[in-house]
Design a protein around this ligand. Structure first.
Ligand code: NAD
Length: 520
């Protein structure tokens, strides 16, 4: 399978291939004349340009999806399920191709790209069992001779707007369930890594999905606004930064849509004095520096309950020294195999510089820079967007380095005197996505799960992303709306219920004329 691109000399990178849309079951070159660069973050080279849709392309995408919906929603459950299983099989057989695409545009290491696909596959597998989850309910003889039943129907055309950091997994949090339930999807991927969505679109076609049921609309704010305001789009599922999530929630709601909008995060890990500090140090490294910290469930703050801070910092520092940073695609080990680094680059040079500026801010505000990743370079990849793993200690909680989401490989230690002080810090934050407690005290862990104001909690688990049959979503400014991603929430979001009250008259149950309100 190849994601065909058209070469163009009209973009800001002359001769660069242009990544287009997927409309009506086929690649569609853009005519908008607007594009954005797509980098290989490991080399810093612009490898393609991506089309940015104009209004005509937005309209074409939505009207194709409307036509696709008419066809797909008329398919029997058995036929829909056959397509879902076929997609699942194809994805499983060919996921290596998708991982390579993710790594080339995002920069994360190949095994991590494979990991995000695996988490998306879980949702695909959940969605193959959709008949059970959308089958409604039936109450016989609710009143004499009267049956009441509920049926769940698809919404129609649904919009998904996704962030750069999980170009396959985040769309897969939504589209398997949306499609299984009978909807048609218009996906607007991040313009920073747009190719995974096209690969998935080709796979759906191969699986037998009718044209128009899965559409990829490449673009920026214009494409997003087109989806938010179109009367033909029934719902919006968004994942991205908090200010944009809030904008999406408000704008789409104003236009009468169902919205789920997942925002940013600042996830804390509370380490109690009785914790296994080797485990805590390993987990802080994995959750702080995995995917170069570009995960919404990354741990960015370690709250060390004294007296553990010194020892924990020592263990984390030892481990940082052993991390390998490089091209996520791996380098030839010289024996025909690829050796993979632990951590790849950041998504762009602009983002790397922003991450770096937060380390400057922390230092200026009085934090100690224990390990400094600023100015980090990888031999042979000097133009890549690398930033070294960074460890800050005694970060003041008034510093923007503490209050803002940095979204890079920067781990901040905040020393606290007690469990209560740590809990208060977590609960006073504006985000509430994920958190973790490390302890061997079951009572403390149980108290934490009860008292902490966060949507997803790990107990000796640092990145508690729920499995597909539970639901994913934070609290406070990490989720706008009341619908989480996937699980039962996902099926509720992508269906609407009808309740039918039915009576088939026979002489024995004929009630005669009665103008009063119906009672039992
Ligand atoms: P982003 O908010 O910049 O972009 C997300 C999407 O919104 C993209 O498709 C982008 O094209 C679009 N967009 C950007 N600016 C817009 C605007 N002004 N108007 C309309 N649309 C706009 O986010 P990002 O940088 O791609 O992703 C990183 C962010 O996503 C982080 O904050 C991270 O925490 C968050 N995230 C959250 C979760 C979660 O589950 N809560 C998961 C993954 C990522």
């Amino acid at each position: 399978m190849s994601i065909t691109e058209t070469a163009s000399s009209t973009t800001s990178t002359p001769g660069a291939p242009v990544i287009g849309h997927w409309i009506d079951g086929a690649l569609r070159a853009s005519a908008s004349g607007r594009t954005a660069p797509v980098y290989n973050p490991a080399t810093g080279v612009v490898q393609a340009e991506v089309a940015l849709a104009d209004q005509a392309e937005i309209d074409a995408a939505i009207s194709s999806a409307l036509a696709g919906f008419k066809v797909w929603s008329g398919y029997s459950i058995a036929k829909r399920q056959a397509v879902m299983f076929s997609f699942r099989e194809l994805l499983n057989a060919r996921k290596g191709e998708l991982a390579a695409i993710i790594t080339a545009e995002h920069g994360k290491v190949l095994s991590d790209a494979a990991g995000e696909i695996a988490r998306g596959q879980e949702v695909v597998e959940l969605a193959t069992g959709f008949p059970h989850l959308i089958k409604g309910a039936f109450s016989e003889n609710a009143s004499t001779g009267i049956d009441v039943y509920s049926i769940k129907q698809p919404l129609g055309v649904v919009g998904i707007i996704s962030p750069f950091n999980f170009p396959a997994m985040v769309p897969m949090w939504f589209f398997p369930i949306a499609i299984a339930a009978g909807n048609a999807v218009v996906l607007k991927p991040s313009e920073k890594d747009p190719s995974a969505a096209l690969w998935l679109a080709e796979l759906w076609k191969e699986a037998g999905l009718p044209d128009g049921v899965f559409t990829v609309l490449q673009g920026d704010k214009q494409a997003v606004d087109g989806l938010l305001t179109s009367p033909d789009v029934q719902s919006i599922s968004f994942v991205g930064s908090t200010p944009i999530a809030q904008y999406i929630y408000e704008t789409a709601s104003k236009h009468g849509k169902r919205v789920q909008a997942l925002g940013g995060a600042k996830n804390h890990m509370l380490v109690l004095p009785d914790a296994d500090l080797d485990l805590a140090a390993d987990m802080a490294i994995n959750a702080g520096y995995g995917a170069a910290g570009e995960r919404c469930m990354a741990i960015s703050v370690v709250l060390a309950v004294e007296p553990v801070a010194e020892e924990l910092i020592g263990k984390i520092t030892e481990r940082i020294a052993k991390l390998k940073i490089g091209n996520g695609a791996g380098v030839d080990a010289g024996d025909g195999t690829l050796s993979e680094p632990d951590m790849g680059p950041l998504i762009t040079d602009v983002h790397r510089d922003k991450v770096s500026s937060y380390v400057d801010i922390a230092e200026a505000d009085g934090a100690t820079v224990v390990v400094d990743g600023r100015g980090f370079a990888v031999d042979g990849h000097e133009a890549g967007f690398f930033f070294g793993p960074t460890l800050l200690d005694r970060v003041p909680t008034t510093s923007r380095a503490y209050t803002d989401e940095i979204f890079g490989p920067v781990l901040s230690i905040v020393r606290v005197a007690s469990y209560d002080e740590g809990l208060d810090l977590i609960n006073s934050g504006r985000f509430g996505n994920g958190t973790a407690i490390f302890t061997n005290d079951g009572g403390a862990a149980r108290r934490f799960q009860n008292e902490v104001e966060v949507g997803m909690i790990g107990i000796n688990v640092p990145i508690p992303v729920p499995v597909a049959y539970h639901s994913f979503g934070g609290w406070k400014q990490s989720l706008f709306g009341d619908a989480k991603a996937y699980g039962v929430h996902g099926f509720d979001f992508f269906t609407r219920e009808k309740a039918v009250t039915s009576r088939w008259l026979d002489p024995a149950t004929h009630g005669g004329i009665n103008l009063g309100f119906p009672q039992n």
